[in-house]
Design a protein around this ligand. Structure first.
Ligand SMILES: Nc1nc2c(ncn2[C@@H]2O[C@H](COP(=O)(O)OP(=O)(O)OP(=O)(O)O)[C@@H](O)[C@H]2O)c(=O)[nH]1
Ligand SMILES: [Mg+2]
Length: 311
């Protein structure tokens, strides 16, 4: 199954809201008028497109006035183009491997999907022939390193974890960078805590982890990826801001898009934060991580279902 088909099926809820919703609007050969545009706007809000819902419908209304919007196909085409304009094409994944070890710091609030995404990334990079080391720098939650170790064992990846309870996360980060250099691994993925006693403590800790990494490799971490819970829709934006203010985030991973109709939030999130989405999480198994390709993503949620009775 290709990427488009996988996304169509995994983003089924968002796709049902937008693509099937559109088919529904035009059922019975309904003409485009203000009532239809209003319903369309509502549909776009439901999928959490946020302010973009209004902008998109305004653009559709403008084209309609000029007689350039004849029917459902034109509406889909306009949505596709306008949505794509919002998405940062980003860098090809092959550009990642510009350093060895490539150090990737993974941050995000508790439960957003950091550890799971790290396991999936490890799996992905290993499939690309890379040697991967995991740094379990979430020392706040005792079970976190165990969770990562289970994943590592399943993956055949290596792991560096604290030697005793309550170790300093920066110390684990330090040890993992040392090990990555000594063992000649290609990619080091560092997991971090999502919660501390206060948000301020967490941000201080992340900043410290970064400083410790930089002491060993000045240009590291080469990437800092913020994992957001896709089921939170646009609410993820405010949380994200705490992180982007504290550490220099270079990309986003939007996890759990399989369980939500609010996938449209990816546009709002990227727009609000001005950061590229690197990957999306589409399930709980190792292979449920997809590289974010704007064209395929948009097609997966907007394109018409093949064999639709209302063609
Ligand atoms: N359906 C689905 N579930 C996911 C996805 N990613 C993560 N999860 C689930 O979300 C829950 C939390 O994931 P974790 O990876 O432990 O989240 P975390 O950010 O590491 O959490 P803390 O370590 O507590 O901060 C787990 O039950 C995962 O299985 C995804 O893409 N789809
Ligand atoms: Mg975790």
């Amino acid at each position: 199954m290709g990427l488009l088909d996988r996304l169509k099926s995994r983003l089924g809820k968002t796709r049902a809201a937008i693509s099937d919703g559109l088919s529904g609007l035009f059922r019975g050969g309904r003409p485009i008028d203000q009532a239809l545009l209003d319903e369309l706007e509502e549909l776009l809000y439901t999928s959490d497109l946020g302010p973009m819902a209004g902008q998109l419908t305004a653009e559709l209304a403008r084209l309609h006035k000029r007689g350039e919007l004849k029917g459902e196909e034109d509406v889909r085409a306009c949505l596709r183009t306008t949505l794509l304009e919002q998405l940062n094409p980003g860098q090809p994944e092959s550009d990642l491997y510009r350093a060895k070890p490539l150090v990737i710091l993974v941050v995000g609030v508790n439960g957003s999907g950091k550890t799971t995404s790290i396991a999936k990334l490890a799996h992905r990079f290993q499939t690309q022939g890379k040697r991967v080391l995991l740094g379990a720098a979430d020392t706040f939650r005792a079970a976190a390193a165990d969770q990562l170790e289970i994943w590592a064992q399943r993956n055949g990846a290596e792991i560096v974890r604290q030697k005793h309870d309550g170790a300093d996360p920066a110390a684990v980060a330090y040890d993992s960078v040392m090990a990555a250099q000594a063992r000649g691994v290609d990619v080091l993925l560092i997991d971090t805590a999502g919660r501390l006693h206060t948000q301020h403590n967490l941000m201080e800790e992340l900043a410290k982890v970064r400083r410790v990494i930089q002491k060993q490799i000045p240009e590291a971490p080469h990437e800092t990826w913020l994992v957001l819970d896709g089921t939170n829709g646009q609410n993820a934006v405010q949380q994200a801001r705490y992180f982007t203010e504290a550490v220099e985030v270079t990309g986003l991973i939007v996890a759990k898009l399989d369980g939500t109709a609010r996938g449209g939030a990816v546009f709002a999130i990227q727009g609000a934060l001005g950061l590229p989405v690197k990957y999306v999480g589409t399930g709980e198994t190792l292979s449920d991580l997809e590289v974010f390709d704007p064209e395929v993503f948009v097609d997966a949620i907007v394109s018409k279902a093949v064999g639709n009775a209302h063609a």
